[in-house]
Design a protein around this ligand. Sequence first.
Ligand SMILES: [Zn+2]
Length: 66
Amino acid sequence: MTAPDCDHGEKVAYPDGETAARALVECKISRALHNNTRRRARRAYECRHCHRWFLTSRPDLFATAS
Ligand SMILES: [Zn+2]
């Protein structure tokens, strides 16, 4: 269910901002515990095309969940 204008590809999607924010916290904890530098999610944002939520490492993306 990916709208044509979406640019997030097959990323993990979250149904709402609260869920995405929780996942973001878990991601940060995981990085801190395991020094995992591959998951660099910094913030959550809502896709304005499909209205699902995603995590991103880009600080310059439109909407924010926090
Ligand atoms: Zn989308």
